[in-house]
Design a binder for this molecule. Sequence first.
Ligand SMILES: Nc1ncnc2c1ncn2[C@@H]1O[C@H](COP(=O)(O)OP(=O)(O)OP(=O)(O)O)[C@@H](O)[C@H]1O
Length: 374
Amino acid sequence: MNAHQSVRAGQPVQSSEVIAPDAPVLEAMVRFEAVSKVYPAHRNKPSVRALEDVDFAIARGSITGVIGRSGAGKSSLVRLINGLEKPTTGRVIVADSDISSLSGRELRLAQRSIGMIFQHFNLLSSRTAADNIALPLEIAGWSKSDIASRVSELLDLVDIADKRDRYPSELSGGQKQRIGIARALATRPNVLLSDEATSALDPQTTRSILDLLANINRELGVTIILITHEMSVVRQLAKEVIVLDAGHIIEKGHVADIFTHPRHSITQTFLSEALGDAIPVSLTSRLQQQPRPGGQAVIRVLVRGLDGGATLVARLARELAIDVALLSARIDEIGGQQIGSLTLGVPDDDTKAAQVLSYLSQHRYSVERLGYVA
Ligand SMILES: Nc1ncnc2c1ncn2[C@@H]1O[C@H](COP(=O)(O)OP(=O)(O)OP(=O)(O)O)[C@@H](O)[C@H]1O
């Protein structure tokens, strides 16, 4: 498939298929074609293979999370998208142009269609909020009056007009990030790259920034790519996710599918972190790490909606003849779908707990053993 082809939703997933589900015909905004990135040996340091044969396509107007641990290759991927690095092999296509083949003025023009926001905001401390937002417009050669009206528009968009004359040192982290977002959107980019943009913020401010990004995506149609090491960020905002590990894509697809049916243990660990608070305190306070005679093994399973939970409990009873107890259930909106998190108590006899776990993993449920209760 080349950069200009589109695919129809509903076809089986191919390695470079566009991964947004809803539109009838999807067009890629960012496409990696067999991309590898090797940093050459330097002084005494050996060469590093940061990305290996990476293939994906991100649909126009979508919100996609790219998640991975430290060293997985996330920053390399960002620098390839915005043309700061060239792939060692393969091509990087952004908005129908092969950014990996551009240089000089052509590259600078292409880079204007890619906005970036950062963990530490990267604002100039000597400039006011308004003047920080104006900077990319000055560089792009806009007239003073056009800059003034665009900056006012952007301050309203990020809901921070009252702080226009404040300096970064006078702003909170959330306010600084709003200025960062306004600056990134100044030249009307097609793509907004968020590089750990909420990692330095508290959970409530993170929520408000993610809500703002969701509005921007809805109202302006900007394609958003969220680089993060936190599945909770992906869960709150993205519909699609790419999981990177040691330079390889280990999973990609719809967030709701990956939450309910992860293929890889690393993905499962990210999911557990994102759901850490999903169990009621009344249960966590009773959880033990060692089995109790006559007690129950406690497991957590993710299912599609609460109906999926009722069906699962009925199937375990019917197919394995094991009655499980529903200890708690909670429903979340993840990737635009309702996902149920069920905590089940399985009679703690070794064979029954093992049978249930093996049944769930055979059917690719996202499952985690939490401990035991008496
Ligand atoms: N300029 C460089 N020169 C040499 N090696 C590099 C360079 N940039 C990254 N690497 C190496 O490439 C691998 C991937 O790094 P990268 O920064 O892309 O990962 P990351 O997922 O962003 O990690 P982190 O979350 O810690 O920033 C690492 O082993 C890193 O040490």
